[in-house]
Design a binder for this molecule. Structure first.
Ligand code: ADP
Ligand code: MG
Length: 265
């Protein structure tokens, strides 16, 4: 098993991941031989310009790539190889053990169902609890992610929440089954700066309280410096640099990373 200097074992480990999209006559090599991993309780930031393969890497781990994607390599969660699992088993791992929050919460929320109903359904999809118990747990989760008057707002619809509050609802949904890893794919990009900071603080607090691992995909090196233990830098489908946050900010080796750092406000 691969370990870090701290002696903590990897929880999610991606090795030699390659993803190719077959589109008509042309193959798009989206991800090429990517290695990255996150240990228990750790925050890994994945940074890189648009199109560098960050989302595709995470979608592969989540089993959410479209049918025209050809995937090779290894993605291990604990001692299980996710790429060897059949669709059903993978769906269950994805819902229960890896939570995900995207940039646009409306892409994942159902506009015609109340937020508590959606969270309760996420709970019931992976555990055998009554409707009433799932609803009560959903209200608790809405409180945990900082929705004021969670009980009063539980039966509101997604559009009744502001962008930041909606992202909190998505985080509650991602936490529904008590995941071991939370993947946050640019969850603050669409939010204004004050709200961004609140969401960053929220995820970091929940990580610490639950001992959960976080993979935080971001453009924002300010946020990365604030919350990440380690950073993986992607460029054109490859990992070009990887290290502790402190090392990277002190002495980036790759010219692209150095450029990113110089562009920091
Ligand atoms: P990032 O998240 O770093 O901005 P992505 O992982 O979304 O980048 O995309 C990596 C590359 O894969 C891009 O060139 C993108 O155009 C391509 N890609 C992503 N999804 C598909 C798809 N479904 N079909 C074809 N190409 C895709
Ligand atoms: Mg992306």
């Amino acid at each position: 098993m691969v370990t870090f200097a701290s002696g903590v074992a990897d929880l999610l480990a991606i090795r030699e991941l390659t993803v190719t999209f077959r589109t008509g006559g042309r193959d798009v090599y989206a991800v090429r031989g990517v290695d990255l991993s996150v240990a228990e309780g750790e925050t890994l930031a994945v940074v890189g310009e648009s199109g560098s393969g960050k989302s595709v890497t995470m979608m592969a781990a989540l089993g959410l790539l479209p049918d025209n994607a050809e995937v090779s390599g290894s993605i291990r969660l604990g001692d299980r190889e996710l790429l060897a699992m059949e669709e059903r088993a993978l769906r269950s791992v994805r819902g229960a053990e890896i939570g995900v929050v995207f940039q646009d919460p409306m892409s994942s929320l159902n506009p015609v169902h109340t937020v508590s109903r959606q969270i309760a359904e996420a709970i019931r999809a992976h555990s055998d609890v009554s409707r009433a118990a799932a609803h009560a747990r959903a209200v608790e989760l809405l409180g945990e992610v900082g929705i004021p008057d969670a009980k009063g707002r539980a039966d509101d619809y997604p559009h009744q929440f502001s962008g930041g509050m909606r992202q909190r609802v998505m985080i509650a949904m991602a936490l529904a089954c008590g995941p071991r890893v939370l993947v946050a794919d640019e969850p603050t990009t669409a939010l204004d700066v004050t709200v961004q900071a609140q969401i960053v603080d929220l995820v970091d607090r929940i990580r610490a309280e639950r001992g959960m691992s976080v993979i935080w995909i971001s453009h924002d090196l300010g946020v990365v410096a604030q919350i990440a233990d380690r950073v993986t830098v992607m460029y054109a489908g490859r990992v070009i640099e990887q290290g502790s946050c402190a090392d990277l900010f002190d002495a980036a080796v790759h010219p692209y990373t150095a450029r990113l750092l110089r562009a920091m406000p």
